[in-house]
Write a protein that binds this ligand. Structure first.
Ligand code: NAD
Ligand code: ZN
Length: 276
């Protein structure tokens, strides 16, 4: 017979002391930056890019090429139908999923903290769907489409009515999602907006569900650390930022954010607009 809590007691993986400390920071913060990655949407059932069940190691069985070669700007120019096949798979995954409580809590925090910025690498559009207003989607959104030749663009709910590859109604050139493919530069306007926000500084900086491999993702955390501003990581796995941050929750994003939200409400019982 095993000792301990027994089979009916749920194992609590969120460190309560750290949760309390994070909630205390958020209760007084005037500004907060939330950097988010595929791990947050993994709790909605979308595959991450790296790690178990991720797309990173998946080679296209027909082409035998890594996903970076396939989902590249170069391939979009040469074989758009191949790229679209995979983008369509990603959009289908989004269509059957929805923002989770973690996305919702980040949106609710906008009502408590005067200045909140969500900087996401995700292309699923879930932050906006959950109600966050100040979102910088640095890799774009799968639902925004643009012509590869003229300036025609549109936003779609899903890809249900598209034929692949879709054509521009104005000039008949190939249409593509307005997302950053491998080998392409970051879009200038959102990047400048992000740089301006980072230059203003934040009272607390979070890295949530990202492997933080891109330098522009890790940099705000490193800058905050250098300025002795508190930094927090939420990720069940370790990353290069794990030894940098002041507070680390080794847990899933949804579970950790729920715990933080409950602790925060206990500290500062300010009613929110949505009353949640
Ligand atoms: P990544 O796949 O490199 O890393 C995901 C991270 O999330 C890992 O560190 C993993 O440990 C962590 N993680 C896994 N489950 C988690 C959970 N339940 N809670 C918290 N963390 C969890 O993702 P990235 O760093 O965001 O970089 C991926 C790139 O791929 C980006 O360029 C992004 O645009 C793209 N991408 C986007 C989506 C999406 O839009 N949902 C999905 C996959 C990939
Ligand atoms: Zn066009």
């Amino acid at each position: 017979m095993s000792s301990g809590a027994g089979p009916f007691k749920r194992r609590d993986t969120v460190d309560r002391t750290v949760v309390e400390e994070v909630a205390r920071l958020l209760a007084t913060a005037q500004s907060a930056l939330f950097i988010t990655g595929a791990g947050l949407s993994a709790d909605s059932g979308l595959p991450t890019y790296r790690g178990v069940g991720g797309l990173y190691d998946r080679h296209d069985p027909e082409l035998g090429m890594p996903i970076e070669a396939l989902l590249s700007g170069d391939m979009m120019a040469r074989r758009p139908e191949l790229v679209w096949k995979h983008l369509h798979d990603m959009e289908l995954a989004c269509r059957t999923a929805a923002p989770n409580r973690g996305h919702e809590i980040l949106a609710l925090l906008e009502e408590r903290i005067p200045r909140v910025v969500v900087f996401t690498q995700n292309v699923d559009g879930f932050h906006r769907m959950a109600g966050s207003k100040n979102v910088i989607a640095i890799h774009g959104d799968l639902h925004d489409l643009r012509c590869t030749r003229c300036d025609w663009r549109t936003t779609v709910r899903d890809y249900a009515t598209l034929t692949f590859p879709p054509r521009c109604p104005r000039c008949a050139a190939v249409v593509r999602p307005d997302v950053v493919l491998f080998g392409e530069p970051l879009p200038e306007a959102p990047f400048q907006r992000f740089e301006a926000e980072v230059a203003r500084g934040f009272d607390v900086v979070f890295s949530i569900g990202t492997s933080a491999l891109f330098p522009y993702v890790a940099r705000p955390v490193l800058l905050a650390k250098a300025e002795r501003r508190p930094t927090v990581e939420i990720n069940p796995s370790r990353t290069d930022l794990s030894d940098v941050v002041d507070l680390r929750l080794a847990a899933g994003a949804r579970q950790a954010l729920r715990a933080i939200w409950i602790a925060l409400k206990g500290k500062n019982p300010k009613p929110t607009r949505l009353g949640r």
